[in-house]
Design a protein around this ligand. Sequence first.
Ligand SMILES: Nc1ncnc2c1ncn2[C@@H]1O[C@H](COP(=O)(O)OP(=O)(O)OP(=O)(O)O)[C@@H](O)[C@H]1O
Ligand SMILES: [Mg+2]
Length: 347
Amino acid sequence: MEILGIDIGFGFTKASSGEQNLVFKSVLGEPIDIQFREDMLTVETAGEEHLQIEVDGKSYFVGELAERQSNVRFFTLDQDQFIGKFAKVLALTAAARMVKGFVPINLVTGLPIGSYRKHKDDLAKLLVGEHKVVLINADGQRDEKSISINKVRVIPQPFGSLFNLMLNDLGEMGDKRLVRDKIGLIDVGFRTSDYTISDKMRYSERGSRTTDSGIARAFNVIATKLRESSGVNIELYRLYEAIDEGSIKIRGKVYDLKTLTEQVFGQLATTVANEVDRLWVDDWDIDAMVITGGGGAVLAKHLQPLLNGEVMALDLKADMRMYNVNGYRKFGQHLWARGSAPSSPAE
Ligand SMILES: Nc1ncnc2c1ncn2[C@@H]1O[C@H](COP(=O)(O)OP(=O)(O)OP(=O)(O)O)[C@@H](O)[C@H]1O
Ligand SMILES: [Mg+2]
């Protein structure tokens, strides 16, 4: 039995098995026949792998491959559509890449707080069972796999980060402080910001909410400005690298993004800090706050000074996009590999 964590985010799908990690953009595309597949020079193109899968008789390009090669691309920021049309293909792509066929999988995954109740049973039902898929490699070779998902546990997304901090790789309790204390979690993702409180490991409904203050909001402002100045409509998921580098080249012209990015990230951080203040107004006894999610990493420098209270230090070297999924996997380890189940916030 293999224990997997899969975090199907609006921006990125993340997976972890302990030994292996995988991250790709949550973009699907229609496959096209690529007639010239050789790399023109043997230069390492890190992380750009050929992800192509057949699920339920339909073939998809997935992640960066879809972004670069597909004429028709699918990407959504709508929760119902995401669960209905994307979640299964993205999760099975991750699972198929991570495990050998026929090895039963126990899976921990998550949902934003705001759609947890509505979708948790649907999501589990979608994923559990035997799935016949075909992975297709860059040479067009087909690798048929039977993905057998034995158990699925769905938890509210930010709890992944809490488990990641609390449990060691074997799923054993490491940091006891997090179990005893009242912790506020701020998970800034691509589309959503998720807030939740763990009070001595109990989930607080009052202190939990999902809002639309994800990084996409800042990206939208930048995309709009770029459309005004360049006339090109840039899909949001094509902006990560440019914003990270501080400039973008569109039809030969370079546009500086540094000043604008600082400004919109500053505004977004203010919005997030205000949401925290309002949501946790009665929870002035929070011991520490945790900023997490890939968006949390890029906003932290703006956000940290605006939060009223102790903020736990971030691991600056870690890829914060992986925080929830690493916690999912450790929680799975705790549930299924140690024999004894802890009290879970998801029950
Ligand atoms: N190495 C990186 N590559 C790309 N984006 C990164 C990286 N590091 C941080 N980011 C930021 O992470 C954000 C995505 O974070 P994350 O993967 O946590 O979102 P998500 O879980 O897909 O979204 P949601 O929680 O809304 O469903 C991006 O918008 C980007 O700003
Ligand atoms: Mg997320």
